[in-house]
Unconditional design. Sequence first.
Length: 354
Amino acid sequence: MAAVTKRGACSCPVSPQQDIDQYEVDCNLKKHGVQRRAFLEAVSLTGLAALTAQSAQAFEVDPNRDISTGNFDCLLDLPPITPGCVRLYLCRHGQTENNRLRKMQGARVDPEINKNGYEQAERLGMAVGKLIESDTIHAPTLVAHSKLLRAKETSAVLADAANSVLKGKQEPVHLYGEVSSLGEVDFGDLDGKDVNSAKSVMMSTFASWATGDIDRRAGGEGDSGREGQHYLSLARISFSTVLERGVKALETLSQVVAASSTPQCSMLAVSHSTYLRILLALVADAPLAESVLWKINNGSVNVVDVNVEGKQRLVSTNSGIFGGLKRSNDLQLTMPECHLIRRNEVRHLDGMQV
């Protein structure tokens, strides 16, 4: 069965397992007679304007800056969405001062984006606007983000820039809101330290994770590969892991798109570099030892197609993320079949000096 129809809403079925927070909120809104689009227009655009203004006021944005150097057509050469799938555009937030100064920045620190980060988010939004102009049927008009300020601000600036390109001619880009499973890895007591001084500890941690020791913690007291954060998912408390959060994010975002009453069969999400490396390694079934070296630039976008017709695969000790060799942990995760379409797209940032 085709994943999408040329006109009308996505025809992909939704999994009966609805163990996801934001998606269930959307379903509850529908049950109470609140139309999704009206809800988004009522609250998301208000929040968008406030966050964009807040970001611009945090530093002096040069009104004469030249952003014409970016290739804003960089998403127009993507292949069609894989049959049976929806498409996710997984973005990294714009630069912060911690990024510029090369300081560790995990789940425990919450800085705003800086001037460079604002421009990176703006350029990303312009590329998204061009994509929507060229494909009003399948292009993304919803933006989710993690709970951290740098992701929220990037989402707001991105959406505002995309809408400035569209000029009201197409469906505007809306803020969908926070998705808890998109959060950055907790680096423990490494947060705020110089990247070079923390590098050996982090590389050692990733090496342990890559060889199956998923209980080792980052920074002594941060996330382990197995243990993650507690969070409230409507009626019950769940205990997640870094890998499980990755699977949960894919399920959450893809099912939101599949259940949408709008024709768009894709969605944007703003997250964080270390988390995205792990998530993309899961998607590509690539060794974690390899993905830790992947470039995931500030303001970049990664493109993933996620199956919503029931095709799944097992993540276990024999999976590619552990190098395909048998390991000593008991990990068993089921995730949707995924396809990594593009990694670290940055042509929209051409000409930027950061």
